[in-house]
Design a binder for this molecule. Structure first.
Ligand code: PPS
Length: 298
């Protein structure tokens, strides 16, 4: 047994938190999270876990701060440049403090909170929010492998148990269905919300960068945009220690790398025919809004 294995804390278990399955790592700092003081120019990147958070975080970081030069690019991991608001691993990783101490403006802030739990200050300040959604089947598969490799998350269990729990909203951050629907509904009344899809990024990342720029009021040069596009490919980000999470010891990349496959349709390698039928039946009951459509292959 290695030293790191001996030191490893036990896996957490989920509990109900305001109707959402959560673990203590994301609720122990709740007062500070709820009272977080947003600034009008803050930009929130909101997602259900494994929907493309790191990808979009890195795109936004490069668009805003790419000009700051290579030192930043090779020395500060993206999870430090874009603090994870609700993360609470004292004394070092406290999302609210990391956000408050960011040296750059605008602050880019990551959250997996469902819409009803986002601190109210972000709404009051009219902050811009980029929401990224990913089709439920690939999202579940990615989440399964993440929970296998991330010792700070609850045990993944076997695939069929995991899938059942995903469908029942029992994995961390609760129901995927409520998450994507809740944020979609919010978009109808809150105009500073850009709702985007992982599948669209895979299909045409350059187009999605253009859409992000127009939402954010940015006008990078052709070269700058091309630089962002080539830096954020799956292969570049997988090789890049600042974006592949290899600096986080609690993640065991020998079990499954954080940058795993980066594809649309990997669910077909995991779902049995029976699981797929059951999933589709259940999906129809939960996803009633015809305007919110996902793609399962490209
Ligand atoms: S987290 O832990 O919630 O922040 O994870 P998140 O970053 O949201 O999701 C990780 C998945 O996104 C894939 N990813 C990418 N795919 C394509 N291109 C790029 N550049 C890219 N960057 C991250 C990553 O591989 C995970 O998906 P899977 O399907 O597991 O490979």
């Amino acid at each position: 047994m290695s030293f790191t294995q001996m030191e490893m804390p036990p896996r957490p278990t989920v509990f109900d938190f305001h109707g959402v399955s959560m673990i203590k790592m994301f609720t122990d700092n709740w007062d500070n999270i709820q009272n977080f003081k947003a600034r009008p120019d803050d930009i929130v990147i909101a997602t259900y876990p494994k929907a493309g958070t790191t990808w979009v975080s890195y795109i936004l970081d490069l668009l805003y701060f790419g000009h700051l030069g290579p030192e930043r690019q090779t020395s500060i991991p993206v999870h430090e440049r874009v603090p994870f608001l609700e993360l609470y691993v004292p004394p070092l990783l406290i999302g609210t403090d990391l956000a408050d101490n960011l040296p750059t403006t605008p602050r880019l802030i990551k959250t997996h909170l469902p819409v009803q739990l986002l601190p109210k200050s972000f709404w009051e300040q009219g902050c811009r929010i980029v929401y990224v959604a990913r089709n439920a089947k690939d999202n579940a598969v990615s989440y399964f492998h993440f929970d296998r490799m991330n010792n700070a998350q609850p045990e993944a269990g076997d695939w069929s148990t995991f899938l059942q729990e995903f469908m029942e909203g029992k994995r961390v951050f609760g129901s995927w269905y409520d998450h994507v629907n809740g944020w979609w509904e919010k978009k109808q009344t809150y105009s500073n919300l850009h709702y985007m899809f992982y599948e669209d990024l895979i299909e045409d990342c350059g187009r999605e960068i253009d859409r992000l720029c127009s939402f954010l009021g940015l006008s990078p040069s052709v070269e700058e945009k091309e630089n962002v596009r080539t830096s954020v490919t799956f292969d570049s980000m997988k090789q890049n220690k600042m974006t592949n999470y290899s600096t986080i010891p609690i993640m065991d990349h020998t079990v499954s790398p954080f940058m795993r496959k980066g594809k649309v349709g990997d669910w077909k390698n995991h779902f049995t025919v029976a699981q797929n039928e059951q999933f589709d039946e259940d999906y129809k009951r939960k996803m009633k809004n015809p305007d919110l459509k996902f793609r399962y292959e490209i």
